[in-house]
Design a protein around this ligand. Structure first.
Ligand code: FPP
Length: 248
């Protein structure tokens, strides 16, 4: 495979094989980051949002086309009420502050997850952001908000049944095409910060063959250099998709 050179603001970074097309981020460790500094957990989430800017810019520079971020899971409703409210307000704040900037950078914002269950005002705001950026194509940013992988599959099955598709015609592709990420490439790489080794209901169908990279670095500290390391690791992996290496 050809080497890929990515021109960055500082110096070109050479990866030994193509960078992933689609990267998913499980942005974990905000609470521990805050606790380690004697701060409130909400401060960790706030810092996590700040960090997103640097990482999205770096993804663009490195040539990654699709990014999915796990911002609020269906399980996150079980957190204390005050933290849930704060997390719900974060997306509002993020759209308010970053929408025009993301739009200028050619980012297409998409939402994956259940919009129902969010306040009508927030739903409208998310829909407006999607509408405003729908023709951008430099980077596709899926924001998983009120998202759960199992619920996504259940939703897909219901849609397939409702469409009257006969059982014998249902293939893996049928399922894929009824997920929120329909017609996007599956993630090649899932990065989880904060050290845990699990998917936590994130893109469980789509990430079947993704490389998984876990780092102990907490999300607010996961910077461009940490992303470069993750991509270097990805480029050094040999992906076989259940097959074997080319015969020698
Ligand atoms: C996990 O950290 C992180 C979250 C539940 C929320 C992550 C959200 C953001 C970084 C901002 C979202 C951005 C947008 C655009 C809405 P944790 O609280 O589980 O950390 P801990 O494991 O250290 O407790």
């Amino acid at each position: 495979m050809d080497n890929v050179t990515t021109q960055t603001q500082d110096k070109p970074i050479v990866f030994e094989s193509p960078v992933p097309k689609h990267v998913g981020f499980i942005m974990d460790g905000n609470g521990r980051w805050a606790k380690a500094r004697g701060l409130r957990r909400s401060e960790g989430h706030r810092q996590g949002v700040e960090n997103l800017k640097e990482i999205l810019e770096a993804c663009g520079e490195f040539g990654i086309k699709y990014v999915t971020i796990y911002a609020f899971s269906t399980e996150n409703w079980n957190r204390p009420q005050a933290e849930v409210s704060f997390l719900l307000s974060i997306i509002d704040y993020y759209i308010e502050r970053e929408l025009d900037n993301l739009d200028k950078q050619g980012v297409q914002l998409r939402h994956i997850g259940e919009l129902d269950g969010l306040a009508p005002r927030l739903q409208r705001k998310i829909q407006k952001a999607i509408e405003q950026t729908r023709n951008n194509d430099r980077l596709i940013l899926n924001v998983a908000f009120n998202y759960g992988g199992r619920a996504e599959i259940v939703r897909a099955v219901k849609q397939i049944v409702a469409a009257g598709i006969p059982a014998e015609e249902i293939t893996e592709q049928t399922i894929s095409q009824h997920l929120y990420t329909a017609f996007q490439p599956d993630p090649d790489l899932i990065i989880r910060t904060g050290g845990e080794l699990r998917l936590s209901n994130f893109l469980i169908w789509q990430a079947t063959y993704a490389e998984y990279y876990s780092t102990p670095v907490f999300w607010p500290d996961f910077n461009r250099e940490e992303l470069r390391k993750a991509l270097e690791h990805y480029c050094s992996r040999e992906r076989r998709f259940g097959g074997v290496k080319d015969e020698e």
